[in-house]
Design a protein around this ligand. Structure first.
Ligand code: 3PG
Length: 306
């Protein structure tokens, strides 16, 4: 089978080597398309691909339609909002992710962004400490739990909201359960967002929630820009000069936000949460193993379009 690794944001070299060796040992051929400019190049490269490994690369209905042999797409990472699941399912193509494999890298970045804002973006101005502050974690999955553990080790009080977990499960994972989004936002000095981008979550973090945050609070988004209602965020930040927003997923209105709000807002230049050698190796090798296993045994354990 021909496996195409299509990554606009390439994996670390060690991850690529590992992916290639797993797939070649399993008898597959591997092609790479890295740092490509757009969909046209992906369509051209995917024409004869049986399997696709991607990161945040957009696997649209047009890409799927242009790849008649395609049987499996593995998103090396957690969020699969970049893959047109309906188009894949209509063709019987299996879509998988590699849950948890890059979670530690994202969690470390979330903590780093909190410290960066608490310490006034590393300027000499007087900052504050994380210890003793309350961290709210919105969605207590693989990333959220690791953020919670690291924050607890720094002396933060950790509370979490996750509609898919019981109070006991949240407590066992080290946080105090919170039962409504309103309570989470209005009682968290730092609020770390870990929800996926779904029709029901897109634009769900807006004016009312941000405006309700405690004095001096910081909203931290290492999830997806789409879950934030950017206009509502801008309005709340303008009305509340004590609040801050830090993100690894640059908002579309970032230039306007920083012009108005200066250093109260910070976005990384390019999404970098999962961009560590370790995360690339974990997620990339998991993707390769999942593809090899799928072709060898039909294993669909991590299928997301069931
Ligand atoms: C994910 O969903 O796994 C993260 O957002 C990482 O995305 P990336 O592979 O594009 O860095």
């Amino acid at each position: 089978m021909k496996v195409l690794i299509a990554t606009q944001k390439p994996f670390a070299a060690a991850a690529v080597e590992g992916i290639e060796s797993i797939l070649r040992e399993a008898g597959h051929s591997v092609e790479k398309l890295e740092k490509y400019p757009g969909e046209a190049e992906l369509i051209a490269a995917a024409l004869d691909a049986d399997a696709l490994i991607v990161r945040s690369d957009k696997v649209t209905a047009d890409v799927i339609a242009a790849a008649p042999s395609l049987k499996i797409v593995v998103r090396a990472g957690a969020g699969y909002d970049n893959v047109d699941l309906a188009a894949a399912s209509a063709r019987g193509i299996v879509v998988m992710n590699t849950p948890g494999q890059n979670a530690n890298a994202v969690a470390e970045l979330a903590i780093g962004l909190m410290i960066y804002m608490a310490r006034t973006q590393f300027t000499p101005a007087t900052g504050s400490e994380l210890a003793g502050k309350t961290l709210g974690v919105q969605a207590f999955g693989n990333v959220g739990r690791l953020v919670g553990q690291k924050a607890a080790a720094l002396g933060m009080k950790v509370q979490a909201l996750d509609p898919f977990l019981t109070d006991t499960q949240i407590e066992q994972a080290g946080a105090t359960p919170v039962h409504s989004i309103e309570e989470l936002y209005s009682t968290s000095d730092y609020l770390s967002v870990h929800i996926p981008a779904l029709p029901e979550t897109i634009g769900s973090i807006g004016y009312d929630l941000v405006r309700s945050m405690p004095k001096g609070a910081v909203l931290v988004n290492t999830a997806r820009k789409e879950v934030v209602d950017e206009e509502g965020l801008a309005k709340a930040l303008e009305e509340r000069p004590d609040l801050k927003y830090v993100t690894d997923v640059m908002p579309d209105n970032y230039a306007a936000l920083t012009e108005k709000l200066g250093t109260r807002v910070f976005a990384t230049p390019k999404k970098m949460g999962a961009q560590t050698a370790e995360a690339n190796i974990n997620a990339g090798l998991a993707a390769a193993r999942q593809i090899a296993d799928f072709f060898a045994t039909g294993n669909r354990r991590f299928q997301v379009n069931k």
